[in-house]
Design a protein around this ligand. Structure first.
Ligand SMILES: NC(=O)c1ccc[n+]([C@@H]2O[C@H](COP(=O)([O-])OP(=O)(O)OC[C@H]3O[C@@H](n4cnc5c(N)ncnc54)[C@H](OP(=O)(O)O)[C@@H]3O)[C@@H](O)[C@H]2O)c1
Length: 226
């Protein structure tokens, strides 16, 4: 992939690790001026569950061309064990956060700019214990369509990865991680889990895809079709 992002200013919320960190590396390599926002700062502090941090960042940064957000909070439990606060946190990170980023950054973005958010395959593959994550990811897909209409000509898109070896699973004991990867690989049509490169290639393409908006692009090795 050889997208040229020279002269573009890109904010990556959640840029310190995982897919976000890969997007920081890749967009910088493509020539962009990249601003990394994390919950702890120090470059820019944004916690998408705290609107005041978004408002402050938008005011201090001024114009940006693209806003990327990878934030998520998981609450993977069976229905009888659901906790209201954790349900709210999951939707706050994945759905409300992107809405608030749009509220504060869209007025500062010029035509040609875009938002890129992260959904996930679980939104289309319901299974017990994932009702919160699945519903939040599916809601994000609806959100990008609605935002794309309201914010046009700014573009708004999402990437929906399947299980990706992003570092997010590194905290699991080796054996559990191996089993998770094996079952995700078997559930895909391509026989493997995703790589950071798979997801970043699509994300970078979307930043430059000037006639694509309101879309959720599935990067899941065909898992939704099995
Ligand atoms: N990896 C997968 O298998 C997979 C599959 C499907 C979908 N996805 C989606 O892809 C996205 C990125 O995944 P990943 O694997 O890179 O996950 P990750 O390693 O857990 O990264 C999540 C990022 O979001 C940030 N974040 C969390 N809550 C936040 C908040 N309230 N405000 C601002 N930032 C916040 C984290 O920052 P801190 O450093 O501050 O914690 C972290 O940088 C997520 O939305 C995830 O749901 C991933």
């Amino acid at each position: 992939m050889s997208e040229n992002l020279t002269g573009k200013r890109i904010l990556v919320v959640g840029g310190a690790r995982g897919i976000g960190a890969e997007l920081v590396r890749r967009t910088a390599r493509a020539g962009a001026d990249v601003v990394v926002a994390t919950r702890s700062g120090p470059e820019v502090r944004i916690d998408v569950t705290d609107e005041s941090t978004i408002a402050r960042a938008a005011q201090s940064l001024g114009a940006v061309d693209h806003v990327i957000c990878t934030a998520s909070a998981h609450h993977d439990v069976p229905v009888p064990e659901l906790e209201h606060d954790k349900i709210r946190a999951a939707f706050s990170a994945k759905v409300v956060g992107p809405l608030l980023l749009a509220k504060h950054f869209a007025p500062r973005m010029a035509a040609g700019g875009s938002f890129l958010f992260f959904s996930g395959v679980v939104g289309w593959r319901p299974k017990p214990g994932t009702v919160v994550k699945g519903t939040a990811n599916a809601a994000l897909a609806a959100l990008v369509t609605h935002l794309a209409v309201e914010l046009a000509p700014l573009r708004v898109n999402a990437v929906a990865p399947g299980l990706t070896d992003s570092g997010a699973w590194d905290g699991l004991p080796n054996e559990r991680r191996r089993a998770l990867y094996d079952s995700a690989a078997a559930a895909s049509l391509t026989g493997r889990v995703g790589t950071l490169g798979d997801v970043a290639d699509t994300a970078l393409w979307l930043l430059g895809a000037g006639w694509v908006t309101g879309e959720t692009v599935h990067v899941d090795g065909g898992t939704r079709h099995r």
